[in-house]
Write a protein that binds this ligand. Structure first.
Ligand code: MN
Ligand code: MN
Length: 463
């Protein structure tokens, strides 16, 4: 190939670049260093409540203070707004006129698929005490058996006191477990459909096995569990009625691969976008007003008081506008949003469901999805060419390594994000997020390069 031809190819053709390959030694170091903070976040924050607490503490450390509706605001203010302890918006008021410039929003979610405990869950059978469950989000149920689980959540006791529970994360803690069938007796099970191998009502969590000496008849193991819960949390069986307890994988975040290029963890979706969103706003000093919106309930449709469809987020933006003396309609019209959620990384082991040219390739940077949805882009926010062009320019200016992506083959399935709900407010929005291997599995994998690229992209967007 002649030199001339090479240049022409470089000039004219689009090629994804592996970020590790193109990064300078210094940048590579930054990629690995950034991942350490992210792993600490993953281990500290396995539920939306814990992620919210983490964000608030991180913000406080950087001098941010709590904002409540009606509070005055001025340029330079660094604030966080807590919604019911399950979602949080961390924001910074910029010097620019919001009517002219709008807000820069990054919206990502902090809930993740898991196995929730039912409201009347405790029983014993076959020498074991169990908690009945109802799974949350789109899981392959068979993946949640035969792995160590931790219990996280809150219980509101009869007298209204709220107690927090987090068992299975410390080295000395016990863990919990969902049984699977031994292969020796699994002939019928293994011949069945994967969706039916383990059914919802079989996702019962083992929580005990020691009979209580005080019990006169029956349910002796259950009584042991109840007395331990009473001792530690002041709980009675009835208090499960007003509890939110979740079984989550007890695994910690770990490096994956001899070269430690990847991270395995529970709940990369969508903490791998929430963490960069949070840190980008904390580290930001731009003249724009910037908001990191860490929301709940994305995995079940963004509903309820903590999902992004709730008016509270719109109210917050309106309150900020009012406090700055700006017309909210004008502010919205000028605002821009990155809906930051994960996408599927191309997986050569399952190549058949991907269309490689338009799939996210691991370590080629954060992935911009112009549209999501299913079938004929159904349920999608399809960002305009103009807005994508604007984002492209911003990334190019800052040398962000990124790639284009859609989830998989056109007819293979699909998925949605919070993008359309933000766009409904008359805010230009596009999806941008980290490619994930084994999305929604109890342990997912991402690339450290893509994580850092996502952070860099957010900084560029807010610059
Ligand atoms: Mn997600
Ligand atoms: Mn998801």
């Amino acid at each position: 190939m002649s030199e001339n031809k090479k240049t022409l190819q470089e000039q004219l053709s689009y090629q994804k670049k592996n970020y590790y390959e193109t990064a300078s030694a210094e940048e590579r170091e930054a990629i690995f260093a950034y991942a350490e903070g992210y792993k600490a976040f993953l281990d500290a924050a396995k539920t939306e409540r814990e992620a919210c607490d983490f964000a608030v503490n991180a913000a406080r450390e950087k001098g941010f203070t709590e904002y409540k509706f009606g509070d005055p605001l001025k340029p330079g203010d660094k604030k966080y707004f807590i919604n019911r302890g399950k979602s949080v918006v961390v924001f910074r008021v910029g010097a620019k006129d919001p009517e002219e410039d709008g807000f820069r929003l990054i919206a990502s979610h902090i809930d993740a698929p898991r196995v929730d405990i039912k409201q009347n869950p405790l029983y014993e059978e076959g020498g074991m005490a169990f908690l009945k469950t109802h799974y949350y989000g789109g899981i392959k149920k068979y993946q949640w058996t035969a792995i160590p689980l931790a219990l996280h959540g809150v219980v509101v006791l009869k007298d209204g006191t709220k107690v927090e529970l987090r068992v299975g994360e410390e080295e000395t803690d016990p863990v919990f477990y969902i049984n699977d069938l031994l292969p020796h007796l699994g002939a019928e099970q293994m011949g069945g459909k994967a969706a039916k191998i383990i059914e919802g009502e079989q996702l019962n969590v083992v929580v005990g096995g020691l009979p209580c000496g005080d019990a006169e008849t029956g349910d002796k193991i259950k009584l042991t569990v109840l007395s331990l819960l009473h001792e530690k949390y002041g709980m009675c069986e009835e208090d499960f009625l007003s509890a939110e307890l979740s079984a989550v994988p007890a695994f910690r975040a770990r490096d994956v691969g001899f070269d430690k290029a990847l991270i395995g963890a529970y709940g990369h979706d969508d903490r791998v976008c929430a963490y960069p969103a949070l840190t980008a706003v904390l580290d930001n000093d731009s003249a724009h007003t910037v908001l990191a919106m860490l929301v709940d309930k994305e995995e079940i449709g963004s509903e309820g008081t903590t999902g992004i469809q709730c008016k509270v987020y719109e109210d917050l933006m309106e309150e900020i506008s009012l406090a700055l003396g700006a017309n909210f309609r004008k502010v919205r019209a000028r605002s821009k949003c990155l809906s930051s959620d994960v996408t599927a990384a191309y997986d050569p082991n399952f190549a058949g469901v991907y269309e490689k040219m338009n799939s996210a390739i691991l370590s080629c940077g954060t992935a911009l999805c112009k549209f999501t949805g299913a079938r004929g882009k159904s349920g999608s926010n399809d960002a305009s060419a103009e807005f994508v062009g604007e984002i492209r320019l911003a990334f190019a200016k800052e040398g962000v390594v990124w790639q284009t992506a859609e989830l998989g083959k056109v007819d293979a399935g699909g998925g949605g994000t919070v993008a359309k709900f933000v766009a409904n407010l008359n805010i230009d929005t596009v999806d941008l997020g980290v490619p994930v291997i084994s999305m929604h599995a109890p342990w997912e994998v991402v690339s450290k390069a893509d994580l850092y690229s996502n952070y860099r992209a957010f900084l560029a967007f807010m610059k």
